[in-house]
Write a protein that binds this ligand. Structure first.
Ligand SMILES: Cc1cc2nc3c(=O)[nH]c(=O)nc-3n(C[C@H](O)[C@H](O)[C@H](O)COP(=O)(O)O)c2cc1C
Length: 209
């Protein structure tokens, strides 16, 4: 778990591909630019191509049980989830990289979402509806699609991710999207870098004499 006194960047990678992944490469650029602004920052990597596991009946029962009365087995059932919520909460900036799979997010990312959306820890219900419990902070959401246009009616990924982050209290979502990588990966990557430049400008090219 990162040190509370340091500037903490949490990077979450969801592409099943470790090599030749456009989202992971764009994620590298986001991290480089963040480190330029925060050279002392600690970067924690959560690679969810390595599955975090699924919630199950024991998990649900334990999460519904008052924390004061949970037994050892129930505390154990929530161990990974507790850890992932703490990891998220410790971050000053989050970088999430994810492809679109079947019009939505990879199942591995949905499994992570199920682990971090925790009643009483990351959200609670009030008389006015749900309220996020995590403090707001920037989250760079780096996405790639093979053929789908982001914002189209077939895009069940980007709106969903914005909704989930808002649900737990994180509203400062900064989209970096490489659209239609299947047709022209280079130009879609360039378009994503243009979106990134809005949030984190690249280093200016020095003028030649
Ligand atoms: C299992 C799978 C499902 C996919 N489903 C979609 C889809 O529904 N829509 C789409 O536009 N692209 C889809 N793609 C294409 C990926 O989103 C695209 O190749 C993206 O660049 C992958 O990200 P990566 O390069 O970081 O691995 C799919 C790819 C895979 C492997």
């Amino acid at each position: 778990m990162p040190d509370k006194g340091s500037f903490n960047i949490l990077r979450i990678d969801a592409s099943a591909r470790r090599d030749h992944s456009i989202t992971r490469q764009l994620g590298d650029t986001v991290i480089q630019r963040l480190l330029r602004e925060h050279p002392q920052a600690l970067v924690t990597l959560r690679d969810i191509a390595e599955p975090v596991g699924f919630i199950d009946a024991d998990w649900v029962q334990a999460s519904l049980t008052d924390p004061e009365t949970r037994d050892a087995q129930q505390r154990d059932a929530l161990g990974t989830s507790d850890h992932l919520v703490r990891e998220l909460d410790a971050a000053d900036v989050i970088v999430l990289t994810t492809p679109v799979y079947n019009f939505s997010v990879p199942a591995s990312l949905k499994a992570w979402i199920d682990m971090v959306c925790r009643a009483r820890l990351s959200f609670r219900y009030t008389e006015h509806g749900p309220a996020g419990l995590l403090r707001d902070r920037p989250v760079y959401v780096v996405m790639a699609s093979g053929g789908m246009a982001f914002g189209s009616t077939a895009d069940f990924a980007s709106g969903y991710l914005c909704h989930i982050f808002a649900f737990i209290g994180i509203h400062d979502v900064r989209m970096v999207q490489a659209e239609r990588t299947g047709s022209d990966a280079d130009s879609s990557t360039r378009a994503a870098l243009d979106m990134l430049a809005h949030w984190l400008p690249g280093r200016a090219i020095p003028a030649t004499a």
